[in-house]
Design a protein around this ligand. Structure first.
Ligand code: PCA
Length: 218
């Protein structure tokens, strides 16, 4: 049935890592049902040219009610619900094709920024209520994740994807990654899956401003 799906996107490993928690998550939650919605997993390359286009094509094909894009942010200690995507690429490292653009827009002539259209405060509160550390973040960086987040929000302003709500969450390293780094914050796969499941549940239940979907409270 149309509009009873959640598109859950993650990324391939990058930056010398063997895994990407966002990718592992897709294996765990892909095909599951949350609040009557099927979770459609999508793995994206860490690639400035292809990742955004692949995500936009998947949205047009699957017509999800909600899109949650997940990326790894090594060193962060909590689920970070991103509030804003900026129209800037300034790559710290090369992407998977060796491309390292700096000081350029994601979309030429696009607005400076887009806000998430997911109820990020509700999602954070729901995670905390369930014992999953979570925070709001005001920067998704200036690498591939921010670029994909920006393209995602730009795309859902257009006709076919108009009714779709979307956002981005950065997640910590898994413990097996963190042991190789000085900044060793991590989150177990169990906690990660629990938090993302709860976040999706909350995103399906609330509008961007936190009101209950279909409710009549004001
Ligand atoms: N994190 C990177 C790109 C892919 C990922 O998982 C980022 O934060 O830009």
């Amino acid at each position: 049935m149309a509009f009873r799906r959640v598109l859950l996107a993650g990324f391939e490993p990058f930056g010398g890592e063997q895994v990407n928690p966002s990718h592992v998550l897709l294996r765990e939650l892909g095909g599951e049902r949350i609040s009557g919605h099927r979770i459609e997993p999508l793995c994206l390359p860490v690639n400035f040219t292809r990742a955004g286009a692949l995500l936009c094509d998947a949205i047009d094909a699957c017509r999800p009610q909600v899109v949650l894009c997940v990326g790894q942010a090594g060193g962060r200690s909590r689920l970070s619900f991103e509030r804003v995507a900026i129209n800037l690429i300034d790559a710290r490292i090369a992407d998977d094709e060796g491309l390292q653009p700096t000081d350029c827009p994601v979309v030429m002539g696009g607005p400076a920024a887009y806000f998430s259209s997911l109820p990020v405060k509700r999602m954070q509160a729901a995670c905390h209520a369930a014992g999953v550390p979570a925070e709001l973040s005001f920067s998704a960086g200036s690498y591939v994740c921010n670029a994909v987040f920006y393209q995602l929000m730009h795309h859902i302003r257009t006709a076919p994807a108009e009714n779709c709500r979307a956002g981005f969450v950065h997640v910590p390293w898994l413990p097996e990654q963190a042991i190789h780094h000085v900044q060793s914050a991590s989150m177990s796969l169990d906690l990660l899956c629990k938090g993302i499941g709860i976040a999706i549940e909350s995103a399906l239940l609330h509008t961007e401003d936190g009101s209950i979907i279909g409710g009549n409270e004001h």
